[in-house]
Ligand binder design. Structure first.
Ligand SMILES: N[C@@H](CCC(=O)N[C@@H](CS)C(=O)NCC(=O)O)C(=O)O
Length: 218
């Protein structure tokens, strides 16, 4: 399975992360997203006329939306990551997958503006990003009231993986996560999943490792 990938792309990282958690090996084809804009060149536009990455190829199948890629990897390897099939869970997964695309636009847009100097109204993007973070915080509160740690179910689903990268990288777009304790707990829960991998800017859960100074005292 071949992934057209850029190391600093949160959307590509979603697919790498899901594959790593499920133990699936990807054949990575690096794309010169910046500064080369290779994703808008003829070879990649022929695969994805929308001019975005990631792109996932598996034999004749070409997928160009990260949510579809997450669903494909899960359906083939670990269907429990799609939710457990109740109408409510199925709907919640879809709800948060749609939400994840809003995050790409607002938090992702702010990040592109701040990191790659893309044109755009940074104040408007940040205001939309804050509204989305508040919506997520409220959603996690509601989930917590029902005893759930994750967005759509008691276990992580593709919805969590879809939302995780842009939220974790919100500070790159100038948005602090300090005001959102439930979001920070949820990020921590995802970072502690078996098979979790890093991307630049998103690290493993160092906090869970024993403090070297305290460990020395024992
Ligand atoms: N809806 C797409 C969006 C992916 C997306 O926005 N990818 C960014 C890279 S993180 C991209 O290729 N943007 C095109 C550009 O900024 O020129 C998906 O979820 O796969």
């Amino acid at each position: 399975m071949k992934l057209y990938d850029y190391i600093l792309s949160p959307s590509c990282y979603k697919v790498r992360l899901m594959a790593a958690i499920l133990g699936i090996k990807l054949d990575i084809r690096s794309v010169d997203f910046h500064p080369g804009a290779e994703h808008r060149g003829p070879e990649l536009l022929a695969l994805n006329p929308a001019g975005s990455i990631p792109i996932l190829e598996d034999g004749d199948l070409v997928l160009t939306e990260s949510s579809a890629m997450l669903a494909y990897l899960a359906a083939n390897n670990a269907p429990e990551w799609l939710g457990h099939g109740s109408p409510q869970e199925t709907a919640r997964v879809q709800q948060w997958l749609s939400f994840s695309h809003r995050l790409t636009a607002n938090l992702g847009g702010a990040r592109l503006h701040e990191m790659l100097l893309r044109p755009g109204d940074i104040k408007a993007l940040q205001a939309q990003g804050i509204a989305a973070l508040r919506e997520l915080e409220a959603g996690l509160f509601e989930r917590g009231e029902r005893g759930m740690r994750f967005l759509a179910a008691n276990q992580a689903t593709i919805a969590d993986i879809a939302c995780f990268p842009y939220v974790a990288l919100a500070p790159d777009g100038g948005l602090s996560l300090d005001p959102y304790p439930l979001i920070r707990l949820w990020l921590r829960a995802i970072r502690s999943l078996n098979g979790f991998i890093e991307m630049p800017g998103i690290h493993r859960l160092h906090e869970l490792k024993p403090d070297p100074l305290l460990a020395g005292e024992k």
